[in-house]
Design a binder for this molecule. Sequence first.
Ligand SMILES: [Zn+2]
Length: 316
Amino acid sequence: MAVKDYYKVLGAALKDAAGAIKKKYRALAKKHHPDANNGDKKSEDIFKKISEAYEVLSDDKKRKAYDRERVSAKSRQSYSQGRPGYSSGSGSGSGAEGKYGPYDHSRNGPRQDWRQRDPFSKTNFTEDEPPDPNMPMRGFDLQFLLDIPLVTVALGGKIDYAYEKLVPCPACEGEGIDGEGACAECKGKRQVIQPVSIEVDIPPGLVDNYTYRVKDQGGEGRNGGPPGDLLLKINPLPHPTMKRVKNDIYAQVNISRKLADEGGPLQVQTLDSLETIEVEDGTLTGEEHRLAGKGGCFPWDKKRGDFIVKFFILED
Ligand SMILES: [Zn+2]
């Protein structure tokens, strides 16, 4: 079983001090952060690998343990390679040729969901030893669909969000036992459901189906491990009169036959303001009036698209 090469993932050297590793991690994390790449799947994968590597290498204790595992795995491997036909019993056999393949999914397998994978688990290092139940484990990421009004999707803003997550049972402190029998509070399940309500800061101009990550609001870590994240898939709610097309907002505005024929001023409600526009005489249904810079925000930006009024003439 090859050990993932966390050093290679971060472009770091074995002798690098904590500060140098942190620097390399930060540069990579900044480049590949899903938020900076519009949730691009490839960036997200890379980001996960960087984070996993850094979680181990940034912790002195974990790094030392990892270094030891790395060395012993290497010696096991060269031993097995030196004897044709001999298997170390790792069960792989797909041949890593002595390389540590951090991106090699053939052994960890893509079927293994990254959310379930625990960067601290010993099973990542070797299959010879059973996983230590006392190892710190990162909590699971939680995924939910988040309904957001069009105005908030277009301009950003704060949304109150309530959800539930499993936390260690407070009555038995996650032991599952109370004296002789099972804990009455959690019925021996060690965990209880806890309602959580948070305020989510929605950045402006989100694209449909974007998944927004709220750090550390997912499942609780175990044995002192860090919590998982909360992943909110953005679901823009339809608006009765406005439609968002990229950064522009199209709004149907009803006007009277008289105003359409004779023209005149008209108050229009945009996303966040009241504007007075001039309706031209002889206006027809379907004609447009464009208000520059009054539309939705560009993604992650304060710059705004246009607000386009589409007239609809109400016949008396
Ligand atoms: Zn309990």
